[in-house]
Design a protein around this ligand. Sequence first.
Ligand code: DGJ
Length: 789
Amino acid sequence: MGAHQQLIAINDDLNQFHLTNRYVSMILGVVEGKLVNLYTGAAVPYRDDFGYLVDDAFRVQATTAGEHSEHCIEQLRQEFPEYGRGDFRGPAVTILQSNGSRITDFRYAGYRATNGKPELEGLPSTYAGESKADKSDEASGTAAIDDAAETLSIDLRDDLTGLTATLNYAIFRDEPVIARSVRLTNGGSEPVIIERLASCNLDLPDSDYTMTEFVGAWARERTPRTQPLHPGVQSVASMWGASSPYFSPNAIFARPDTNEDQGEAFGLAFVYSGNFDLHAEVDAYDTTRLQLGINPEGFSWRLAPGESFQSPEALLGYSAHGLNALSHTFHHIVLDHLTNPRWARRERPILINNWEATYFDFTEDKLLELARLAKQAGVELFVLDDGWFGRGKHARVNDRAGLGDWIVNPDRLPEGIAGIAENINAIGLKFGLWFEPEMINRASDLYEAHPDWVIATLGRDSAVYRHQYVLNFANPDVVDHIYATMHAVLSSANVAYVKWDMNRFITEAYDATRSAEHQGELFHRYILGVYALYRRLLAAFPDLLIEGCASGGSRFDMGILAYSPQIWASDDTDAVERLSIQYGTSAFFPVSAMGAHVSITPNHQTGRSESLAMRGAVAMFGTFGYEMDLTRLGEGELAEIAQQIAFFRKYAPLLHNGDLYRLRAPYDHRQAAWMTVSSDRRHAIVGDYVVLGVPNRPKSRVRLRGLDEDALYRVTSLSRLEIPDDDDDEVDSIAGATPGDAGTVRGSIPDGVAVVRSGGELMHIGIDDTNIGPDFAARIYLVDRLDEE
Ligand code: DGJ
């Protein structure tokens, strides 16, 4: 055996590589020059030679290693399959060469194994940081930075073109996740055109999987849809120029009997916000090829001699214990290895946003009135949404004008942004501001000065969405200008938070600053420009909290999350709809990533009326805030909001940093439930919801997860978000309670009453929730280990 990192074992003689931690193994080998995947799944022990895993049954198919080759190219589980060499499934790479050929032959050329995980140039990516083991071992003083991952880089070379593909595999020490990306370098003498480059190709030996995609549209984003794999291609993709609300750049591939609690599953997630393609292809021999990368449709990239192209990162996660465990894995990766560490596990400010309170119709007095009431209730941050900018005939008083002119409208805010920020600060709130940096109205000073900065195809009309157009962020001059104008606003005032919106997709894609052969680069260059602006703003204002948004949740992906620790999950603020949206989003994204607000009733999107208690109990499984006109509420409702805020502030660390378990899916519109559990299993908080009540309802119990079987827990039942008195008199049968002594409460636990139950009872028998309320009702259970008290 040769080099041996802790997580990567390498047999130099056989060119075999085994990436493994305690949870997952990926074994790679080289067969007749091709890099192949010998196994990916649950961790297996090291062995010197895994060569027996190479399929050598010979079928009448192409070989690429000469007449005496023992292997068919279509049978090898290739890591980097190419176009046109006898493997007729979708290739991971297609290169157009100057003679018109698309044939390449990438062969193994060497490797490097390193500690840590390098950044990807220009792109968001996961970072290594310190492993959990070393964090808990701080006393020894030996904690090494960057020890939470190790990276294997394998070079594959195509001799004829001089191209090298470097396949990067970073395995995390504490999570069953391998981060993958590819870097193509042109070491030849001719330019080439990259037409397709998958970030991850994974060939699996059978096809006994379901694919769960996350689908939707505006106001109903990310609903899971599960179907068995079948021969042919099953795919989700985006051509919108953003990850989109229609399909998400993440999917789950699970064994058919896998459920939330048990069974095997792979998760694939793209750390990218532009056009993507994620698909599974099942061939005639029931093998499966999973691919995730930039959508090849509409993409090409000219690579001149000496240049490199870096693909975005794809995360491959594995679970041997069901879908909740797979979600925990991705949540930990997001919080500990992707989110800006300044915010990752830090408490987020409870905010009020004026959008649904005023839309475009506000004065500074109105905003300050709203802020004063919000402050009285305990809100911490006031966010001024759309409508504060543009001047004169370009004033943003509706959605027809002003985008692009990031300069305050003095008719609305006479003392400028500095003035309103000071006034809000004087009330005792932080101040936040809305921008839509990538967009422009034709009715704007910016358009009058730079009509050529809009993405448009010369000689053709441009599609219009919401009276606006997209700025060409592939042009660095545009990004420089927007950066300068945003920087001027943000440095002129005390702005703690920015809401970065994006309300239309890219059409007539054409980059007027580049020649014909570079036109396929626009979509990717555009999103690189977006990321560059994020990075520059965060470098200039490191403490700024930027919340991502795109007509609600139209760009909710791990790329944006690398810069925006939270993303507005949907413009649909109806609590019932939010149960579905947040439930689906939680498959890959933690609670603290999901922007969620309590809004007015009847709800503006659905017209439905729901109790304040229900609205609060759903929004608290998100970043939590308010988006309603508090001046229209009575004293009772304002008092309840103050209680909700105090409640959320107390339980936010548990809600945001605990592990989320999905208990009951909301998609039958009857009931839903989820819970978060602290990592030491001592505390949990459960949200249990009735969507539509059922007459003469059958008995119903919600079974909890993640607790210690033998420990005793006090379970406090609440019908609204109100911190309970810690008065032992209200606890039913705590004294001398044993797992067999469940107390006298029969049926559902009444509001405000606490009982004692063992973890085993709570997980296997469950809590009776037959009678917790009529339509649109919520029950919260606070679950605390008794030895805590
Ligand atoms: C769409 C966003 O999703 C809303 O929250 C709001 O900011 C509007 N844009 C403002 O135009």
